[in-house]
Write a new protein. Structure first.
Length: 359
């Protein structure tokens, strides 16, 4: 019994030694951001049929500590010279860490991590079942850390109510209130923040009249990009050359905004339609189709090796295009091993692809 009590006391001392009081001097802990990011990660995991992550109390505190440490020692090594995972006071089977700084919102932080191949790999790792998301503001800069772990680290699940509501049971009731930032929008679109990964691409494309909004000050970055839209974007990027003659597709009419673009795309070998007589202009464009259109528009350059993505077989029409786009930094995978060629391509993604190709 004495040995058990001593063991518990030692564990408690160890836990306290790595966990300073919440809201340490000079920092503001953004717990509302943390749980917002958790929701966004779980929405992304749901798209791939992966079970949701649970916010663990200990991992949350450890992530806050690591976020604070980034302000003085940015990297996966702690200020004391030890590795990042030593912040966790217990044992574990598997853990992962994402880090970053300079974020302007929870959405911005999530997008930056989710659109980076290595960070996305942690987010979509099915072996991870719990996490801690630490977001702190120090000196006007927001530092962020995502800690991931398997079920061996899930000790006590916590919810946003316990941290954000400020109730009597909240362990952060004395923490300074999170600061509120005014989002800077791009090109007049209220749904394109300056911190989003596609902000520069949208601004560039709008300035060259390659793309326009969807109406009422919106760009709809997460809306599916249609086949009619993508050929129009590429046609405009080519200078909107005037085309004469008729279009071979029965579902494309002279009054359609994409009429000229379709004629141009067919004559330049960018697309051959969905059949000999149809183009399906309102059908959502897949990621595989999108990079294939770009590759053909670029002159179908040869590649020296495959893409390396397991879901891109060499006998698929988009295989060479994916390899070209990946090797030239035009398109990344959805994880380190997958490209998801049949996943719908969004308006933000295709504009980003064109921007990377052209610049």
């Amino acid at each position: 019994m004495r040995k058990r009590i001593l063991s518990l006391l030692l564990a408690a001392i160890l836990l306290l030694s790595v966990m300073p009081m919440a809201g340490a001097a000079g920092e503001t802990r953004l717990y509302d951001w943390s749980f917002d990011i958790l929701d966004r990660m779980n929405a992304l995991r749901a798209r791939y049929g992966i079970s949701p992550l649970t916010m663990d109390e200990t991992l949350l505190e450890c992530a806050m500590i690591r976020a604070n440490e980034l302000s003085s020692n940015y990297g996966h090594t702690r200020p004391n010279g030890r590795q990042w995972y030593t912040v966790y006071p217990g044992t574990y089977r598997s853990m992962g860490e994402n880090i970053g700084y300079g974020y302007t919102s929870a959405q911005n932080a999530h997008e930056m991590w989710a659109n980076s191949r290595d960070h996305r790999e942690n987010i979509l790792n099915p072996d991870y079942t719990c996490c801690g998301v630490g977001m702190v503001e120090i000196g006007g800069t927001v530092y962020g850390v995502e800690l991931f772990a398997d079920s061996s680290c899930l000790k006590k699940a916590v919810s946003a109510d316990q941290y954000v509501s400020g109730g009597a049971s909240s362990p952060v009731a004395s923490t300074p209130a999170p600061t509120t930032r005014q989002q800077t929008t791009v090109a007049g679109f209220r749904d394109v923040s300056s911190g989003s990964y596609y902000a520069d691409a949208v601004e560039w494309a709008v300035s060259r009249r390659i793309v326009s909004g969807t109406g009422s000050g919106t760009f709809s970055p997460n809306q599916s990009c249609t086949r009619g839209e993508i050929v129009t974007f590429l046609w405009r990027a080519a200078g909107s050359p005037r085309m004469y003659g008729s279009c071979p597709f029965t579902d494309v009419h002279s009054s359609d905004y994409f009429y000229q673009a379709c004629i141009w795309a067919v004559r330049n070998g960018v697309t051959y339609g969905t059949s000999r007589t149809t183009f399906s202009p309102y059908q959502s464009c897949t990621r595989g189709e999108a990079v294939t259109f770009l590759w053909r528009n670029a002159g179908q350059p040869r590649v020296t090796r495959s893409s390396g993505f397991w879901d891109v077989p060499s006998n698929q029409y988009y295989a060479t295009a994916v390899a070209w786009a990946h090797q030239n930094g035009i398109a990344e995978g959805t994880t380190f091993a997958t490209f998801s060629p049949n996943l719908t391509c969004t308006r933000a993604q295709i504009v980003e692809f064109i921007y990377r190709w052209k610049t």
